[in-house]
Each structure stands twice: as structure tokens, then as C-alpha cells.
Design a protein. Structure first.
Length: 206
């Protein structure tokens, strides 16, 4: 896409020199480029993704308690909504809209959102409590009384919740720690992601 945009810019310059100005921001040109990007955009290197079976094991080792509540909500939300770590840690309470169907997440900016327009992702209730991302997220927020600001936060050495949001590296470490307890090999290493594989890329969990 960058090559295509450079060529469009070169055409615009040549047209201007020839006395025929070309508006590259015209809706027809802008929408055409977006369409090409969606259809033929280059694929980045995909990391290995967790399966639903592995996710169930990870959820099982997140025992009751604030740390377990946070980690379960984090992992299930990442999986159900197909979020990257950068997107996950950027979610604020203000970005959540609850309904009878589930919860809608507003991503204000994402690495995959080249146009910077943001995106809304709907995560619906799962069929089983143990792997329901909506219930896990709701339980985490209710148990911590977090009403605004970052959804996923750090704990201090005393085990108290801080106002600071988790970092991408902290999410990776959480995945590594839970994977070790669950016996899930490779999670968090070599880029393995909590996002679902293509086969399971849905917004609800079994």
C-alpha cells in the first residue's frame, strides 16, 4: 500500500506540472485506495494463535481472586475479540458499551487501523461461564470497582491495584505464567498470541 500511495503522489505531481491538478483526497480516490488495501493489503507476519482447548486450560488455572479475575478477563477478552496486546492494554472503561447481547469495545487506534478511524468490536456472551469473556470482564470490573480509566491494570508489591495500565510486555508475561501452570507449550514465546486462530475467529466462545 505504501508503494501504491507513493505512485499516486507521483502521478499527482506530474499532473500538476502538466497543468491538470489532481486532488488525491477526493472521495473516489480515497475510497479506491482503501478498497485496494482491504483486498490486497500486505500481510504481516502472523503469530501462532491459541486454540479454544488451550484457552480453556488457561482459564482454569486463573483461580478466584483479583489476579485470577484480571488474567481470565484479559485472556478471554483478547481471544474473543481477536485483540493484539497493544489494543488490549489501550482499552478503557469508557470504551465499553454493555448490552443484553454482550459488550462492545471501541478501539480508538490500532496497529491494523491504517486510516486511524477506530473500530468497534462486539463480544457476546459465551455458552459456558468458565470461558465467557463478557462475564469475566464484568466480574473483574465489579470486583475491583473500576469505574473509569484503564481496564487492565498493574498490581503493586502489596497486591493492590494501581491506576496504571498494563504494558504489552506485562501481558506477555501473564500469558507465559498462566501457560506454564496450564501446561500449554509455546504460549507467549515466538510471538504466540492470545488471539484466536482463523478457524476459531468468532466473537463468542464455547
Amino acid at each position: 500500500m505504501q508503494t501504491l500511495r507513493r505512485r499516486v503522489a507521483a502521478i499527482a505531481r506530474a499532473s500538476g506540472v502538466a497543468g491538470h491538478p489532481l486532488d488525491t483526497k477526493h472521495p473516489a480516490i480515497r475510497e479506491t485506495l482503501r478498497g485496494i488495501g482491504r483486498t490486497h493489503g500486505s500481510r504481516g507476519r502472523r503469530s501462532a494463535a491459541l486454540t479454544t482447548s488451550e484457552l480453556k486450560k488457561l482459564s482454569h488455572v486463573c483461580k478466584p481472586g483479583l489476579a485470577g479475575d484480571r488474567d481470565r478477563a484479559l485472556l478471554l477478552t483478547a481471544f474473543a475479540s481477536a485483540l493484539r496486546r497493544s489494543d488490549l492494554v489501550a482499552v478503557d472503561v469508557e470504551h465499553l458499551t454493555w448490552s443484553d447481547e454482550g459488550v462492545k469495545l471501541l478501539l480508538e487506534k490500532s496497529k491494523t487501523d491504517k486510516e486511524g478511524e477506530g473500530a468497534e468490536i462486539m463480544s457476546v456472551y459465551g455458552r459456558h461461564d468458565a470461558t465467557c469473556p463478557v462475564q469475566a470482564l464484568k466480574a473483574w470490573l465489579e470486583n475491583t470497582s473500576i469505574k473509569c480509566g484503564p481496564v487492565f491494570r498493574k498490581f503493586n508489591k502489596a497486591g493492590r491495584i494501581e491506576a496504571r495500565r498494563l504494558s504489552e510486555e506485562a501481558v506477555r508475561q501473564i500469558l507465559l505464567r498462566r501457560a506454564s501452570k496450564a501446561g500449554v507449550k509455546g504460549a507467549g514465546r515466538a510471538g504466540k498470541s492470545p488471539r484466536p486462530s482463523r478457524r476459531f475467529r468468532h466473537h463468542s466462545l464455547p
